[in-house]
Every structure is written in structure tokens, then in C-alpha cells.
Design a binder for this molecule. Structure first.
Ligand code: ZN
Length: 432
């Protein structure tokens, strides 16, 4: 028997080193061997792989949800166990099912048009444009727009809305093709896509190729220091390969000739950054004060020191114990609990904590594509929201806690029978 390639018997037998040291994965940005675990969330299925009833008796693939942190560039990352083609071929996430996300998209559009003077001569390109939830607002203003979206079923919805969409993964090659056709962009945007890109270097290099000389890039992604501070470990899942501080994001873009010149802190997804990038050669946009201020704040908090990351793992374990504690007590008192929502983050939480129909009878979702299906791993059934009125649960566990206010408002009728809302993150809280 030959050793698998890349295995070194010498490394396997080093004395006194943790198991981490024999691992061979490398940082997807800088190539440094990954030797430090940020947190280990056990084994988990793909979070958007909802099951049909006829699949419940079949084997279901689970993959390690072990989160690494690079000791050199501090990029927090998962290994790529499943190809993105597999993940996104029949993706069930449609952005347009959240009212607050649509509002976010519309106000973003107004902000960009005003600040950068976009008009009918400009071109906007969105990477991972989903169902056209955002580009529809640019198109309403008569600004030429192109979506690039790998999930064919989601892209089809966008095209029906009148949003031109290319069914493709964005990378260096895609960018070269578009540039060769003269379709370079004044604005390249990507919301929550940077985390989902396995080949990060090709993706960022592609933006450099596609951007006009004075064009602007904006990217939104969850802010790693906020994720850790507010205990949002459930936003870690197989489909999200990378997690960024501003410090690390700046290094990655700089390596590809893009200077970050501004940043906004947003409340979306529990605390996101919107970064603004431009060509390093473009001297028309100065680095803003708020960019320098956030970078300084991050450095003061120690984003570039490994020891700052070490408390997170224990904090996550304690959150699991506290949530189970609440659920066990509620069920022992004879209370019924239903879930609200079937987001990716819910699947990480439920699988990591081992919460199945022994605690939660069912969950509901506004997205009709999910009705009649079951959550991956935990096999909790998903119904339409009307089910709540029919069964009158004592507690409604809100899984997309980032939409907590919207959901509490929409479901305030549960108070008629004394129902209460439970939010699991950052720690268990009950709202009457
Ligand atoms: Zn690295």
C-alpha cells in the first residue's frame, strides 16, 4: 500500500504535537498549512439539502464542520469537502422571500447611484445575483445590469423578472471573457458571496480584470470579530468557506491590486461589513476616515494575534448547554415548541446541539419551495406558516434570529394563547 499523496510518515509521528499538526490542508488565500482550530462543530449535512419524505430512509452525507484559522493571514476557513457545483446546482435559497433584505437592496441601489453617479451609460455586475432581488432596482432606474449566478433554478427566476443573468461561477476566466466582449463594469457587487467562494484568489483576481479603471467594487460579508463577539457560530456552515476581518480582507484584495478605500458596518446578518474597493492605480478615491478607524479598532482588539481567538470554542460549547437546558426544562413542563424559519444557520445550530423532533415538533417557512420537506440531518418537518395558528405552540424558536423583529411582528398573534418567542443567539432569550 502506498501512502496517500501528501501524507508524510515523519509528520505523523512527531511527539508532543496536537492532531492539528498532521493536517495537510492549506490556507485558501496564502497557502500556509492550517494548524489551528477555531472551533469544531462536529459533523453536519449541507445546510440547503432539504429532504423529501421519500429520502428520509436513505443515507445522508455529513461533513466535518471544523473551522480553521490561518496562523499567518488569520483567514478563518473551512475545508472544501463538497464542490460548489454540487452545493449550488439546485439551491433553495431565494433572497426575495425576506422583506427586510429587499429594503436593504433598494436602499443600497439608491446609495450607489447617488454616490458614484451611475446612469444609463454605466454597467453594474452582481456576483451571485440570486433571483434578481437587487439588480431589479438598478434596472428600474434604466442602468444596464448583469447578474452572474451559478444556481440555474434561481437564475431562471431572475430572468423572468427581466434581470439578465449568466448561469456561471465567477472566476478569472469568466472575467476575461466578459472583458473581451467589452462588458467591463463600473460597479461590481457581491453580497454574501465572498464567503462562498472556494477559489478566493481566482475570484478576487477576476474582479480586478472586470473592473473599469475608475470603477468601484462593493462586497458585503459577515464581520468575523462581530460573529465571535456575538456568538454567531451558527452562521458557520459548509457553504461558507471563509470568514473575514477587515484586516484579512484588506490583505486579500491588496494581493490582487485592489485597494479598499471605505467600509460601512451594517446590521445585516448579525453584523456585516460593506467594503469598497478600487484599482490600486486609481487615485480619484481617497481612503476614508471611517475605514482607517475600523482598521485601527480591529488591530487594538488583536485580530492579528492568535490568542485572541482561543476563547471562542468554549463560548460555543456553553451556548449549546444553555440552549439544551432551556429546551429540556420546557419539554419537562409539558410545553410545545415549534421552530420558525429553515435558514442555513438553523441547520448548524440544530445539528450541533442535537435538537430534533424530540424538542421541536416542526418548523415553518415562508418559502413554498421548502414546504413538505425536512431539515437536513435533524429531519424536522417544514410547514407553511399557517401551521402555527392551527397547533398553537407555547414557544416559537426563531432560527433566523437576524430577522427577529420582523418575525415577532408578523407572528404577534401567538400572544392570543400565551405563546412566547425564543431567540437562541447570542444566548437564549424569551420574549413574551
Ligand atoms: Zn492564510
Amino acid at each position: 500500500m502506498k501512502q496517500p499523496t501528501g501524507e508524510s510518515p515523519v509528520q505523523n509521528h512527531r511527539v508532543g504535537e496536537s492532531m492539528n499538526a498532521i493536517h495537510h490542508a492549506h490556507c485558501r488565500f496564502c497557502g500556509t498549512p492550517l494548524q489551528h482550530t477555531l472551533v469544531d462543530l462536529g459533523m453536519s449535512p449541507l445546510c440547503e439539502s432539504f429532504l423529501r419524505a421519500d429520502q428520509l430512509n436513505q443515507m445522508e452525507p455529513f461533513y466535518p464542520l471544523r473551522v480553521w484559522i490561518c496562523g499567518k493571514c488569520f483567514l478563518v476557513q473551512l475545508e472544501e469537502y463538497v464542490s460548489p457545483e454540487h452545493i449550488f446546482s439546485d439551491y433553495a435559497y431565494f433572497s426575495s422571500y425576506s422583506d427586510s433584505w429587499l429594503k436593504h437592496a433598494e436602499s443600497y441601489t439608491n446609495l450607489m447611484v447617488e454616490r458614484f453617479g451611475l446612469n444609463k451609460e454605466s454597467r453594474v455586475v452582481e456576483l451571485a445575483s440570486n433571483d434578481g432581488y437587487l439588480l431589479q432596482y438598478f434596472i428600474q432606474k434604466g442602468i444596464p445590469s448583469l447578474g452572474i449566478e451559478p444556481a440555474a433554478n434561481v437564475a431562471e427566476v431572475a430572468v423572468k423578472k427581466g434581470v439578465p443573468t449568466l448561469v456561471k461561477f465567477f472566476c478569472r476566466e469568466t472575467a476575461r471573457e466578459l472583458a473581451a466582449e467589452g462588458r467591463m463594469a463600473d460597479l461590481i457587487l457581491g453580497n454574501n458571496v465572498l464567503a462562498q467562494v472556494p477559489d478566493l484568489n481566482s475570484f478576487v483576481a477576476g474582479m480586478k480584470i472586470l473592473l473599469k479603471p475608475q470603477g468601484v467594487i462593493t462586497m458585503e460579508f459577515p464581520h468575523l470579530p462581530r460573529l465571535m463577539e456575538e456568538n454567531q457560530f451558527d452562521t458557520i456552515y459548509q457553504e461558507h468557506f471563509s470568514y473575514f476581518s477587515l484586516w484579512t480582507a484588506e490583505k486579500i484584495f491588496a494581493a490582487h491590486g485592489i485597494v479598499l478605500f471605505d467600509v460601512e458596518e451594517l446590521p445585516t446578518h448579525g453584523g456585516s461589513l460593506r467594503i469598497y474597493g478600487r484599482h490600486a492605480e486609481d487615485s480619484t478615491k481617497a481612503v476614508t476616515h471611517r475605514f482607517a478607524a475600523l482598521r485601527a479598532r480591529e488591530c487594538a482588539a488583536g485580530v492579528d494575534r492568535l490568542e485572541v481567538y482561543s476563547a471562542f470554542s468554549e463560548q460555543v460549547k456553553e451556548t449549546k448547554r444553555a440552549l439544551l437546558d432551556f429546551l429540556i426544562h420546557a419539554r419537562r413542563e409539558g410545553k410545545t415548541i415549534a421552530g420558525y424559519g429553515a435558514p442555513g444557520k438553523g441547520n448548524t445550530l440544530l445539528n450541533y446541539c442535537g435538537i430534533r423532533t424530540d424538542f421541536i415538533d416542526y418548523t415553518v417557512d415562508r418559502n413554498p419551495h421548502k414546504h413538505g420537506k425536512f431539515l437536513p440531518g435533524t429531519h424536522i418537518p417544514i410547514f407553511e406558516p399557517e401551521r402555527i395558528r392551527e397547533t398553537r405552540p407555547d414557544y416559537l424558536l426563531i432560527l433566523p434570529w437576524n430577522l427577529k423583529n420582523e418575525i415577532i411582528e408578523q407572528n404577534s398573534f401567538i400572544r392570543e394563547w400565551g405563546g412566547r418567542f425564543v431567540v437562541p443567539i447570542p444566548h437564549v432569550q424569551v420574549f413574551a
